[in-house]
Structures are given as C-alpha cells and as structure tokens.
Design a protein around this ligand. Structure first.
Ligand SMILES: Nc1ncnc2c1ncn2[C@@H]1O[C@H](COP(=O)(O)OP(=O)(O)OP(=O)(O)O)[C@@H](O)[C@H]1O
Ligand SMILES: [Mg+2]
Length: 422
C-alpha cells in the first residue's frame, strides 16, 4: 500500500474557485516544484489559476503507521526529496476566517464565560507547525481525534466500544498544552472539511466560570450551555470545546467541602459537570481539556478522558529546533546579518558529525537549556537580543550564539532565584 502525502491549500478569502479544477491544478503544480520536500510552504506558482485563487500550498506530513511505539518524530524521513508517484496525495482546501477568537458576542450580560470563533481561523494559523515535541505528540492526538470522529460518523455503539471524544493534556506550565488544543482544532477543521459544513471553537475558562459573581447564578451556566447546544444542533457542525485549567473545577468542589467557599458554588460546579455530560451525547463535539496538575483533577474528568497525555518540557533536539526556527527568522528579517552560507544550521544535530561549528554550538546551548519550558525558550532569542546584543542588528552567527548562551544562563539564574523564594 502506498503511503499518503497530505497537502493543505489555503485559498484567498475573496475568491470562489471550482475546487475540482483547482485540485487538478494543484497536483500538476506539485510536479513542477522541484525538489518537493515534506513540511514546506509554497506561495509562488507557475499556474495563473493558482496564482489567482491560492495563497499558499503546504506540503505536510507523510502518513506512516506508527507501528513502533518508540518511533520518534525526529526519525521520520523529513527533508527527503519525494518521488510523487510513490504516494497517494490527499489535498485539502480551506479558507481562513479572520474574525479571531473573541468573547461571546451573543452574551447579554458582562460576564465573559466563553470565547468562540469559526475554524479554520487566522488566529490559530501556524501554531501546529510552531510546536515542537520530541515524541510524536501531535501525530498521536491527530489520529486519535480523527478516529473518534470516524467512529462517530459511523454511529459505532458507544455501549460496546467506549470513546468519549475527551482529551486531557496535563503537565508543567508553558509546555504548549493550550496551544496544541487550538492547533489540533484548526488542523482537524482543515482535514475534515469534506465531512462537516462548519467548525466552531469554544473556549471555556474554568476560572471565569467559577468567579464569585458568576457562581452566584446557576442560570448563567445554563444559558451558556444552552448556547453551546444550539451550535451543536445547528446543521452539520463539528464543535471543539476547550476547557482550560480544568483542575479549578475540582478545587472549587474541595473548598466547598472544607468550608472556605459558600455551598452555593458546589451547585454550580455540579451543574457544569452535569451539563458537560449532557453535551457528550452529541457526536459532533470534541472536548479538549488541560491541567497543570493531574492528581487534583476530579475523577469526573480523568475517568472520562480517552487520552490522558503528559506534556513535558522540550528535550534538547526539540529545543534545538525551536532555537533554529527563531534564529532563521532573525536572519530572514535581517536582524542578524553577515551570515555565511557555511554557517547554515543542520536541520537536526544528529548523525556522525556536525556540518559546521554553528550547529555544534547551538546543540550545546540546547543541551544546557533542558528544563526550561517551551514558553521561556520562545522568548530567549528576544532576551538575547535585548540584553546581550543591544544594537539594532547582530553581526554574524557567532555573536548571536554567544548572546543566546548568556541569555540561557541568565534565565536559569532567574528561575533558580524564584524557586528559592518559593
Ligand atoms: N514544545 C513547544 N514547542 C514550541 N513552542 C512551545 C512548546 N511548548 C510551549 N511553547 C510555546 O510556549 C507558549 C505557551 O504555551 P501554552 O500557553 O500552550 O502552554 P500551556 O502548557 O498551556 O501553559 P499553562 O499550563 O501555563 O497554561 C506558546 O507560545 C507556545 O507556542
Ligand atoms: Mg494553558
């Protein structure tokens, strides 16, 4: 059986194209792109039709069965030049909604209980590609969710085969849990566009939900869930519900029991849990939940989650990739100048020898950075520039790498002193 190559085509919002014709043009164009490499984006085309209708063509991943559970994302044969005849090519067309994630506009009161947006959305663009994990986290989540929706479309009896379409991601702060949820929803809205007419993303913040003012009124909870039900019942939709920091629901319950919260709020917590349970009867909803702690989460969630995935801070290869992307960006916008061709980083610092000293140095810095969260790592090139370059432009890779190393050490010192205070 041939492996599948996935290709995503972003259409210009103002145009309406004949998709069947366009697919033929895309397949022809792919043969003109030489060499064709997975995980690359193309935005200039030889065909006038594509230039008119298409903003970008992204050659995405090759789908291989993950038969070896130790198989790493980094072992995959990315960067290889593909022979298209040996692949089944799947093309997905999509447009981006540009209204962004916003407070629920239909809310009659001032309490902001949920934020929502149409998918695919401009706000979530590029998040999927920017998240780097050493383990195949993204791939597992995507296949899990696709399988869940496939079972749902085939009306598999959930009394016989249980699946709840509830994903729980837990792990330390800043490891990308919320971001993966958004990116996954975006990805699925692109990949499942033939099966559903529209996609919506709803974000419920447990903190807001339980805020004093809100918890005083159970009817507000009900009205929020009523709105969600309306979306679920409206035609052919697939709805993603993100419940961030789900542990606060549990904490609230505990504080009621210990007498530090008014007992009224337990009714609200219970109402929320019951309402969530009721929503699960709809087959067109996927729950994405996140937490910084696992022990404290109510079994109401942990038991129902089909997938509980621990998201760890990135390890050295993932860190290398995050740094490399950031430095490449600074080179692209000419904030690092005088970069020699021979200083180009290897895609990954693996293999017998490093191609150049820049790759080696960056890998050493990456090793020293282990323990920092993805959130911090993404800021480090900025910190390096602001504290240790202090000039509009950085002159050459060596200068930047030495600033980056100082920034890593600076950050670790900061983290240590915060931990000591704690
Ligand atoms: N593995 C990673 N690769 C690339 N970027 C990452 C990674 N982990 C985190 N980030 C970046 O860090 C920032 C914070 O991520 P996010 O808010 O999703 O983390 P979180 O796990 O939800 O944190 P918290 O537990 O504090 O809510 C985002 O900009 C995200 O892109
Ligand atoms: Mg988060």
């Amino acid at each position: 059986m041939k492996n599948t190559l996935h290709v995503e085509v972003l259409l210009k919002t103002e145009t309406s194209a004949n998709i069947a014709n366009l697919e033929v043009a895309v397949l022809l164009e792919l043969r003109n792109i030489k060499p064709i490499i997975p995980e690359t984006i193309h935005n200039t085309f030889s065909s006038a039709e594509l230039t008119h209708f298409v903003k970008q063509i992204q050659v995405c991943e090759i789908e291989n069965a993950l038969d070896d559970e130790n198989q790493s994302f980094f072992n995959e044969t990315e960067n290889q030049i593909l022979d298209l005849d040996t692949y089944t090519i799947k093309v997905y067309f999509f447009k981006l909604d540009d209204s962004g994630l916003a407070d629920d506009a239909t809310s009659e009161d001032n309490t902001c209980k949920m934020r929502r947006c149409i998918l695919p959305n401009v706000d979530f663009c590029g998040i999927w590609d920017s998240l780097i994990f050493q383990e195949p986290v993204k791939e597992i989540l995507m296949h899990y969710a696709l399988t869940g929706m496939n079972f749902a479309r085939h009306n598999v009896d959930t009394n016989i085969i249980s699946y709840n379409r509830l994903i729980l991601l837990h792990g330390p702060p800043g490891t990308g849990k919320t971001s993966i949820c958004k990116a996954l929803a975006q990805k699925l809205s692109i990949r499942l566009s033939k099966h559903y007419k529209f996609f919506e993303f709803i974000e419920i913040n447990s903190h807001n939900l339980l805020s004093k003012y809100f918890s005083e009124s159970g009817t507000l909870v009900m009205s929020m869930f009523q709105k969600i039900r309306e979306v679920l019942e409206y035609g052919d939709s697939l709805v993603f519900i993100l419940i961030d920091e789900v542990e606060s629901l549990t904490r609230a319950r505990e504080s009621v029991l210990s007498g530090t919260e008014p007992s009224d709020s337990i009714r609200v917590v219970n109402a929320v849990l019951t309402q969530l349970d009721n929503l699960r009867k709809y087959s067109n909803v996927i729950f994405l939940t996140t937490s910084n702690v696992t022990e404290a989460i109510d079994t109401a969630f942990t038991d129902r989650a089909d997938i509980k995935m621990l998201i760890n801070p990135p390890q050295e290869l993932a860190i290398y990739t995050i740094f490399k992307a950031a430095i490449d960006e600074l080179i692209r916008v000419e904030l690092i100048v005088n970069v020699n061709e021979s200083d180009k980083f290897d895609r990954l610092p693996v293999g017998k020898e490093f191609t150049n000293s820049a790759t080696q140095q960056l890998f050493e810095i990456s090793k020293e950075s282990v323990g920092l969260s993805g959130r911090v790592l993404k800021k480090l090139t900025f910190i390096a520039h602001s504290i240790y370059i202090r000039a509009p432009q950085c002159n050459g890779i060596d200068e930047f790498l030495s600033a980056l190393l100082k920034a890593v050490r600076y950050q670790k010192r900061q983290d240590d002193s915060i931990n000591k205070v704690k």
